[in-house]
Design a protein around this ligand. Sequence first.
Ligand code: GMT
Length: 420
Amino acid sequence: MSPISRSDTKRFMTAAMESTSERTPRRKIGITCYPTYGGSGVVATELGIELAARGHEVHFITSSLPFRLSGREANIHYHEVDVYHYPLFEHPPYDLALATRMAEVAEFYELDLLHVHYAIPHSISALLARQMIETQQKVARRRYLPFITTLHGTDITLVGQDHSYLPITQFGIAQSDGVTAISGYLRDQTREAFGIQDEIEVIHNFVNCDFYVYDKAKVAAMRPRFAAPTAEGRPAEKLLVHLSNFRPVKRILDVIEVFARVVAAVPARLMLIGDGPDRSAAEHLALKLGVANRIHFMGKQDNVNELLPLADLMLMPSELESFGLAALEAMACGVPAIATRVGGVPELIDDGVNGLLFAVGDTEAMAGAAIALLNDSERLAAMGAAARKTASDRFCSSRIIPRYEAYYERVIARGQAAKP
Ligand code: GMT
């Protein structure tokens, strides 16, 4: 096995030190998520990394290597789901291949638990795997393999609402041995939309506060690559950032509109991190508004913890966010967000204290607030400090991971009571 990278070592050491205080049994956990795209994959991957660093054995069972994983981390195993493509299959049945792999890995490595992220179709695959293990031919090998479903957002608010998916999503949630939601908002939505009465544990998104942090020397060295420092007679350029998968729900065009208004009043640049369906529309609008040469279109980036602290302000004008992980990651780096008052965002951003909230689409108000804040360095610094404090007081991995561990123990104990 190749050595882990320096930044990984730091992260592992931090988590290992944290884990010495509160010990829970070392567990073998299978994690499934969408590995290449979106916040649910990020949360699942970061969770696996943190659990592994705390001594658990983590098995990622996914279609490809999750994008924040090097594949070289200690205590982490990766099992690729291989989908057989037969000409008859217009749509190869990934869900079945996943269920098969889950059951195989669970049996071979004696997993204690499966933890799936994003309900569709992962909870159904986990349910099948549980049934396969519970009813296998060799009676001595039969056992109950509990699974937890973590709900992230569009699995409930969008995709799960479509009539073609609603009943199966409802069924997958109801059959789960444990269900967590990433915000109180999402828990309430799930209850309302699916009529679920059972317990749904709210465990918010988290961030590693040692890894996502403002480092003055690093910022001083890197920032001039993205925004010009003070030159004779000219003010330093401000730097804004947006991070997402560029889907319509993120309202990237609002980001460009806000930025164009900001640039008209304050010398500034924008880092656009990520990629997705709305990228070319964003490029066109940037050209039309004459700000394309002030925007760094950076595409997908691995180490966003190195980029976020360079910025003064984050823009997150989403149509909906069940939580807003991107804003939390920025806040941990001392960068406050201008965001929309939607979904679970108010559980993270306290308007006027650690960030600013606006109605969806109100780009004029967002731009006005951004300009005022960028011109008031004292208020901007206070808001950045409050943002960091919120992240470290409430959403650090050191606080949130033990909640997952405790929940695992509850679910495993319930599963043992249900032994076949
Ligand atoms: O729908 C998405 O934006 C992707 C989705 C995902 O599942 O990958 O993101 C959701 O999960 C993130 C991590 O838990 C949350 O921080 C995002 O707020 C949430 N996105 C939405 O609700 C739109």
